[in-house]
Design a protein around this ligand. Sequence first.
Ligand SMILES: [Zn+2]
Length: 237
Amino acid sequence: MKEMKKFKSINLMDNKGFWPEKAALIDAIKDILSIGHCEGQFPIKDFGRFCSPQWRDDEGLLVPWQSVDWYIYDSLDEERMQVNATTLLRNLTNEPWRDERLMGDHYDLFVLEEDLFLPDENGGPGYCVGACKPFSSAIISSHRIEHIWGMPYSCTKTEIMRQLCFMFGVPSHLRDDVLKRPDATAFCSNMCILREALNAPKDWEMLTEDRLKEGALCESCMDDLRKFFLSFEHEQN
Ligand SMILES: [Zn+2]
């Protein structure tokens, strides 16, 4: 299998377009680049609440791929009134914009206000706060975090930082201090924001307190993140 390119632009999308989510998004990216010692320019393009001029057809229906609204609508489970994270990630990964003649390969980082869920045959909590497809896309829902009065900015920032790391392949599956889940996700087992979090908002409050007190990542995850940014040099040569 062809290895996916790692140095490519991060395209931001959201369906709220206002603070504090936007500040959390920008600050989370800055912190991750700084912790990872990412030198130089990492291309970031902000599409905001993306909506092309052809976003609706003559009958007023949403045209596929042409707006943030369509991505949400197409992934919405109307019975649960929650966005299906698997469908949304699949749409972002398979979108026609990734064609080299259009936008080309990129990362998508999408912050939405709707509630998210991951289809899980074993039950699970019935919702998720964030999900990602490594080296492709990450999605973060502010829905559950918004209920933490006074803390939405820092908890949203924590989750965006987590999903950015997961999207960059951190923590590495090769380490023996990570928890591997059957769906191939890996979580850190050290004092680190990349630990597993299940219960919102409680677990995000805890991770955020730890982040502010102890720093975001443990030594091993910082190493993994730095290796990820160093790997860009090989690609560019
Ligand atoms: Zn860690």
